[in-house]
Design a protein around this ligand. Structure first.
Ligand code: ASP
Length: 342
């Protein structure tokens, strides 16, 4: 776009715009006008900033695939009018939303920067002001008229992460996110240092927003002592199409016959079983130990170093695209948006 850079800020809710109810002391969302009042400095940016506010504003625990579709539709509709997008979002499920959007927005060639805060913007020590301002700056950054960060990212506490590589790991610290298997894309100090070699490159193709997500998935998190009844309850969920098996270490699980038998029977029914590690760093390596060799033999698919957040939303997306079970299995082992290292 020639002329002044323009950014669309999409306000969805979250702590960044919350205020404390003086009676109950619970936090509830503020309207955008009030939020904006705390950020007069936005006027000083050499770019045009417009706003889109969700109604109702949501705590991110209430977000779901319908919300992801709404958000993707807003970005698709406004895509040609803006150089970049900043999404103000609660941090609790931000990693899920950022992952979902990374899959849904195919051929994304502009920045979509998610941010939020741990303290409401009206509080003196808020981290929201800095997160918001850094995100605007990153969303406007260009080199030779091409956006520097043409991907879905999360900006939090002076760091820029690939969205589909993150997990929220701290409920208290300003640095709330971790990207255990991919380095940060940029660091904010006196200058913003972009690690260009780690950032996805634009392909200059037309944006396609895929707006069908299939929710018939489940997570089966293993723990020592898990019972046959709990495993059966998950695997026999009505209409289940895929299950994320959250395993130990490098993709390991019990070798007891009842467990492998139940999984084998689910695979035979056409259920996709996707092996994702419970660890925040490192990769699934099926066959490294005896405790994962049995899983590959019965047709469990290895998730390499994908996060659970990314696995959940990638499955919703692939199943929503209507691919066959075999194609979904193949695409699960392919990095589509830099979400895993194969
Ligand atoms: N509960 C809030 C939310 O996720 C927390 C936050 O904004 O950080 O919406």
């Amino acid at each position: 776009m020639i002329g002044q850079t323009s950014i669309l800020v999409i306000y969805t809710g979250g702590t960044i715009g919350m205020v404390q109810d003086p009676k109950t002391l619970t936090l509830r969302p503020l309207t955008f006008d009030i939020l904006y009042k705390y950020l007069p400095v936005l006027e000083n940016f050499n770019c045009k900033i417009d706003f889109y506010t969700f109604d109702p504003l949501l705590d991110s625990s209430n977000m779901n695939p319908s919300f992801y579709i709404h958000l993707a539709s807003v970005i698709e509709e406004k895509y040609e009018d803006y150089d970049g997008f900043v999404v103000l979002h609660g941090s609790d499920t931000m990693a899920y939303t950022a992952s979902a959007l990374s899959f849904m927005l195919e051929n994304l060639n502009k920045p979509v920067v998610f941010t939020g805060s741990q303290l409401p913007i009206g509080m003196v020590r808020t981290d929201g002001r800095e997160n918001f301002i850094n995100s605007i700056e990153i969303a406007t950054a260009k080199e030779f008229d091409t956006p520097v960060v043409p991907e879905v990212a999360i900006c939090f506490e002076n760091k820029l992460y690939r969205g589909n590589r993150t997990s929220k790991f701290n409920a208290e610290h300003f640095g709330a996110f971790v990207s255990g298997n991919y380095p940060i894309l940029a660091e904010v100090g006196v200058h913003i240092k972009y690690h260009n070699h780690l950032i996805l490159k634009p392909n200059f193709k037309k944006l396609r927003a895929l707006k069908v997500l299939d929710e018939n998935i489940a997570i089966l998190k293993l723990f020592p002592g898990i019972s046959p009844n709990s495993v059966a309850a998950v695997l026999n969920t009505k209409d289940l199409k895929a299950v994320i098996l959250e395993t130990f270490g490098s993709g390991n699980a019990p070798t007891v016959p009842w467990f492998l038998g139940q999984l084998q029977e689910a695979v035979a029914r056409g259920i996709i079983v996707f092996n994702v590690t419970q660890c925040k760093g490192g990769s699934v390596e099926m066959g490294k130990y005896e405790t994962s060799a049995g899983l590959s033999k019965i047709g469990v698919i290895g998730g390499y170093d994908i996060t659970t957040e990314s696995a959940v939303t990638k499955l919703m997306y692939l199943l929503g695209c209507g691919y066959s079970v075999d194609s979904v299995k193949q695409l699960l082992q392919t990095s589509l948006r830099g979400e895993m290292t194969v």
